[in-house]
Design a protein around this ligand. Structure first.
Ligand code: GLC
Length: 742
């Protein structure tokens, strides 16, 4: 449709028709069985007319099902306005990639863009239009369960990945291969007090703008067409009712004119937050704050008609919101082809294809982070002999994390299966050794999910079998980790350790004195202090997805040299949280202050440093950094400085290294971080070879929110640091000057 035709359509709509466009309901309302529908309908308190005419639906999947639904909608819809179909495609559609925290650990935005494009292709042929992804919330607190959905603690790196996801999903907007990216959760959801889910977020505007907002902006700069509000407050006002956030920042400053949808039930929750007296006030607040679609409540459906009748301003805002919905439907080409890419035949061919699974394996390989490899225990040689594969992750298909409802879980390769593809059956002994987690914990914490877990478990027998296998083996591989429901939405934890049942198993195995390789599955940085002592080698595997088990075996055998790097610090213990690499010096830094140690910024019972720092990861290769060179020591807004460094592979294996560039602004009108990531380059280096890696330093990289809140650089002295992680760096110095002094 042309733009004027959209406006003509809008003018034809009654107020009710307009309101229907702002309603989004889940698939449960669109089953064939009317019995089924009346239940949710009564619970939500929404009229059948509103269900029939809702402008969009979330979390229905399948080409034929969505074709049928769209047909029914068009037949019933007076104005033949197509529905939008949206879903949470977070780390894959049916081919599941590592969780985003694992994708962040690849430090490979190009690869993540490919993964997003595959997810979009699978979703598009299955009839999907929009994904509620990427989640670009910055997270410094691993207690928060949704850290698994983020790419970590750094705004620069999160911005790089935000762009990769959006470009991967939306590409050239080819209807058969792409979907729209809905960026979330706007904004600051990753900083709840205490790391507790849905808890209050409160920070200075400076911190908000400097660290928490940039990745959302990067996603919009990459062309994202939709944004989702977050559950949390921003400066005391819930995001879903926050006019400063959604109009002044998002619309006026950032010039975003795309669609803004609330998070699930967030409009109604304005009453629970205590900013709305009732649903009617909640509807007015959300509409005034620019929320276009009300996800999964009846607040807009039941209140906007009376509100707009009473208030001209709201009537205009209603039109504004409906226009944005119609424009996105038009941009997707739905008025010309309401079924867009839905194609049941293509779905069979494209979804979960061998090619997609091969990519999933490559991404999983690059997401794995080698955290320890004492005495080069890894890679396991061909003559490794008997292997005991022990632990609750030894033989399970639950390898894809919390947001993989649509995965073909039954076709996920288990670690046992992957081992048997490589090692002789008579030399592999597999036992879970203990349950994934204490049974009562499952019952208490996971409610309905509990039914999904078999708790018939003979702990004594399993432990005895595991110990016997380990006793016989030359090496033990322990596959351990959090239960996948201990992270994700609603998965905040006050502790960061492995389930106690698993810690006991590991200790029992340790006492046998065998070499142990630990493979840890988790949705967050864990407190691995004890395991770090017990394991001779340690790999963080996150939830690696459909092909993750094969990726792990490829890594254990050396077929692949691990290249993952942490995109989030692993705390020494939960008491350190939040601990992140780009901290401020404080007036009494632990290192280098004139005060006695007692009176410096420190704990008396724990170190300041995390267990593993941001950017950390080992390789089977051994890289040496030397000869940091700067092309000059004076930088101006008109010039740049080339920073170069030599990286040599002095190890026995060819490997990929992620060279990281950091800067430090030594003096600012506000305190500046002790270091900030400003660049990364991945290079593969053959054993014995060396290469020079260069970066361009520009004035733009030095900008920040100054004391006057202007986003700009300040003249003065800087350090530039280059190395393998945020702690192991070579340092140089330069000055930002108004002009180069001869
Ligand atoms: C959930 C999540 C959000 C998701 C939405 C739809 O509560 O907060 O990330 O996209 O609801 O499932």
């Amino acid at each position: 449709m042309k733009n004027n035709e959209i406006h003509n359509l809008l003018n034809k709509l009654s107020v009710k028709d307009k309101i229907y466009q702002l309603i989004q309901l889940s698939g449960q309302f669109y089953q064939q069985d009317d019995e089924l529908v009346t239940g949710p309908q009564q619970k939500l308190g929404i009229a059948a007319e509103a269900i029939k005419n809702a402008g969009s639906v979330l979390n229905i999947r399948g080409a034929q099902e969505l074709i049928n639904l769209q047909k029914r909608n068009l037949e019933n819809s007076e104005h033949a306005i197509p529905m939008l179909f949206m879903a949470d495609i977070i780390n894959g559609y049916e081919t599941i990639f590592p969780i985003p925290l694992g994708l962040g650990a690849t430090w490979n935005p190009g690869l993540v863009k490919e993964a997003a494009a595959v997810s979009a292709h699978e979703a598009a042929v299955s009839g999907m239009h929009i994904t509620f992804s990427p989640m670009v919330d910055l997270v410094r607190d691993p207690r928060w369960g949704r850290v698994m959905e983020s790419t970590g603690e750094d705004s620069f790196l999160n911005g790089v990945f935000a762009q990769a996801f959006v470009e991967g999903y939306q590409g050239d907007m080819n209807p058969d291969k792409t979907i729209v990216a809905c960026v979330k959760h706007f904004a600051g959801y990753g900083a709840p007090e205490g790391g507790r889910e849905y808890n209050t977020v409160d920070m200075s505007e400076r911190t908000f703008r400097e660290y928490y907002l940039p990745a959302y902006k990067a996603a919009l700069d990459a062309g994202a067409k939709m944004m989702m509000t977050s559950f949390n407050t921003v400066d005391g006002i819930p995001a879903t009712a926050n006019e400063w956030l959604n109009r002044s920042v998002l619309r006026d400053e950032w010039k975003f004119d795309g669609l803004l949808i609330s998070d699930y039930a967030a409009v109604k929750e304005l009453v629970d937050h205590g900013v709305a007296q009732d649903d009617k006030e909640a509807a007015a607040l959300a509409l005034k704050a620019g929320v276009d679609i009300d996800m999964m409540t009846s607040v807009y459906a039941n209140n906007l008609e009376s509100l707009v009748a009473e208030d001209e301003e709201l009537s205009a805002l209603l039109d504004e919101a409906v226009l944005r919905v119609l424009k996105l439907k038009n941009e997707l080409g739905l008025f010309e082809n309401p079924f867009r890419g839905a194609d049941a035949e293509a779905e069979k061919r494209v979804v979960f294809s061998d090619e997609h699974r091969a990519l999933a394996k490559q991404v999983a390989q690059e997401s794995l982070v080698l955290l320890k490899n004492q005495n080069e225990l890894l890679p396991l040689g061909d003559s490794v002999g008997k292997i005991a594969l022990i632990g609750p992750y030894a033989d399970t298909k639950s390898l894809s994390g919390m947001w993989s409802f649509s995965s073909r879980k039954e076709e996920t390769t288990t670690l046992k299966e992957a081992f048997l593809e490589v090692f002789p059956e008579d030399e592999l002994f597999v036992s879970s050794g203990c349950p994934m987690i204490e049974a009562d914990f499952l019952k208490d914490s996971f409610g309905s999910y509990h039914a999904a877990e078999s708790t018939q478990f003979d702990e004594k027998k399993e432990l005895a079998e595991a110990l016997a296998y380990a006793q016989e083996a030359n090496v033990v591989v322990m596959a351990v980790g959090e239960h996948y429901l201990q992270s994700g939405e609603g998965g905040s934890r006050a502790k960061l350790t492995l389930p106690e049942v698993q810690q006991k198993l590991i200790q029992a195995i340790k006492e046998l004195g065998k070499p142990i390789v630990g493979v840890v599955f988790s949705g967050r940085p864990l407190d691995l202090r004890i395991e770090l002592q017990q394991f001779d080698a340690l790999i963080e595997a996150w939830y690696p997805g459909t092909e993750g088990a094969r990726a792990i075996v490829d890594t254990l055998t050396g077929k692949v040299n691990p290249s993952g790097r942490l995109s989030m610090s692993f705390p020494y213990e939960v008491g350190q949280v939040p601990v992140h690499y780009n901290e401020f010096s404080t007036g009494r830094p632990y290192e280098g202050s004139g005060h006695s140690k007692r009176f410096t910024s420190r704990y008396i019972d724990a170190p300041n440093k995390p267990l593993f720092p941001f950017g950390y990861g080992l390789s089977y290769a051994d890289f040496e950094y030397s000869d940091l060179q700067l092309s000059g020591t004076q930088l101006t807004a008109e010039s740049s400085i080339t920073v170069s460094i030599t990286v040599k592979n002095v190890g026995k294996y060819t490997g990929k290294e992620t060279v990281q560039l950091y800067i430090r602004d030594l003096v600012g009108s506000v305190v500046r971080p002790v270091k900030e990531l400003k660049g990364l380059k991945q290079v593969s280096i053959m054993t014995g070879e060396a290469t020079t890696v260069s970066f361009e330093l520009s004035e733009e990289m030095l900008r920040f929110h100054r004391a006057d809140m202007l986003y700009a650089s300040e003249l003065g002295e800087f350090q530039v640091m280059v190395g393998r992680n945020s702690e192991n760096l070579l340092t140089g110095s330069f000055t930002l000057a108004a002009k180069v002094e001869s």
